[in-house]
Design a protein around this ligand. Structure first.
Ligand SMILES: Cc1cc2nc3c(=O)[nH]c(=O)nc-3n(C[C@H](O)[C@H](O)[C@H](O)COP(=O)(O)OP(=O)(O)OC[C@H]3O[C@@H](n4cnc5c(N)ncnc54)[C@H](O)[C@@H]3O)c2cc1C
Ligand code: SF4
Length: 333
């Protein structure tokens, strides 16, 4: 691994000032925050990431989970994934989030991984993780070997001719269905970004993965007040039962009354270049009978427009079945 400088700022202002010296924003930048290190150090060992300076944010006061004045939940940037998943409020009011986190990685990794680090984890595309291969995301302009190569795990939504990499996070899929908000401290002050606008589609610039700017520190994430009477479920389908990324997953937050769906928030994982909120499935369910036929129609709506690659056409039917089953399980649990 290359040599780098390691600093421990005293407060968030010092951390932001240090990170603002980066030439580019977070992903791939030469100055980086480090939290659990389970993404960044991993990629540094592979020479995929080569920052000159690491800013350790673990001593900043960003590790609390607290109720917000409006009845929602505030989750600090360095809250460990395990602590969030096991928090009583998360388990009671935001079960889809707790389930999604517990479906990810391994217990040891979740003990280190943080809220902000999870939001910024990078794709598992094998070409991206191999510094000897060309990759537009790692080295803009070098090409995308996945398009004609190994793409079984990659995306069917949000792709471009420059990159088809999947966003691998489980937590973010649940946060998309819960309509979370990301809170950022930057050089120009504090600002908020809805999770739907936080991750960017690859387009012509696959190396730009989020709307963060140089120096931006994620301080916390907020969840809106829980939806009374909602049923929540995260269903993840993968090649083996643990320690594996999703081929397809579904996060469901749904209400029904009198046998009809009154509200639904749905997001899909494992299929998109970003956590994939499905407004189409939500619209297809609104006011419909809460039965298998409606669930399948919603799944058809969710996958309409999916663009398969040479090896991952199976994901389209898999994701449909995943969402259909998740809706049924949520409402019958
Ligand atoms: C073997 C393995 C299996 C895994 N399986 C899964 C899985 O099944 N599902 C899943 O969802 N995830 C999985 N993961 C990914 C794991 O969830 C992430 O590695 C973890 O969440 C990253 O958090 P971290 O705190 O360790 O991030 P770090 O590695 O510390 O940081 C990651 C990125 O976030 C930036 N960053 C960190 N904190 C901040 C902040 N406050 N503000 C701005 N930028 C910040 C860093 O600069 C870096 O770019 C797996 C990881 C491994 C290694
Ligand atoms: S899919 Fe994206 S990450 Fe993978 S090789 Fe192509 S450009 Fe790189």
């Amino acid at each position: 691994m290359h040599t780098f400088e390691f600093i421990r700022p005293a407060d968030t202002a010092a951390a932001v000032a240090a990170a603002a010296q980066a030439k580019t924003a977070q992903q791939g930048a030469d100055v980086r925050f480090v939290a659990g290190g389970t993404t960044l150090i991993d990629l540094m060992k592979l020479n995929v990431e080569t920052p000159a300076r690491l800013i350790d944010i673990n001593r900043l006061a960003l590790d609390k989970i607290e109720a917000t004045p409006n009845g929602g939940l505030m989750i600090g940037a360095t809250v460990r994934n395990s602590d969030l998943a096991r928090h009583p409020t998360a388990q009671r009011d935001y079960a889809v989030l707790s389930q999604a986190i517990l479906n990810g990685a391994s217990a040891q990794l979740r003990n280190m991984a943080t809220t902000a680090g999870n939001l910024l984890q990078r794709t598992r595309c094998m070409y991206f993780r191999d510094a000897a291969m060309p990759c537009n995301k790692r080295e803009p302009g070098t090409g995308c070997p996945a398009i004609t190569g190994s793409n079984r795990m990659l995306a069917v939504f949000g792709t471009s001719e420059h990159c088809i990499a999947t966003n691998p996070s489980d937590m973010c899929v649940a946060m998309a269905a819960l309509e979370a908000t990301i809170h950022i401290q930057g050089l120009k002050g504090a600002r908020v970004i809805p999770i739907g606008d936080f991750h960017l589609l690859p387009g012509n610039t696959p190396h730009q993965e989020t709307s963060l700017e140089p120096g931006d520190l994620i301080t916390h994430v907020t969840l809106p007040p829980p939806i009374a009477g909602s049923k929540q479920l995260y269903l993840k389908l993968r090649d083996r039962a643990s320690y594996e990324f999703a081929l397809a997953s579904a996060a469901v937050v749904i209400n029904a009354a009198g046998g009809k769906v009154t509200r639904a928030r749905i997001a899909l994982g494992g299929v998109g270049t970003k956590p994939w909120r499905s407004h189409e499935a939500e619209a297809a369910l609104a006011g419909q009978p809460a039965n298998d036929a409606s669930f399948r129609k919603a799944a058809e709506a969710a996958l309409r427009g999916a663009k398969p690659q040479s090896e991952n056409k199976f994901k389209i039917e898999l994701a449909k079945r995943c969402l259909t089953h998740a809706l049924k399980m949520a409402l019958t649990a």
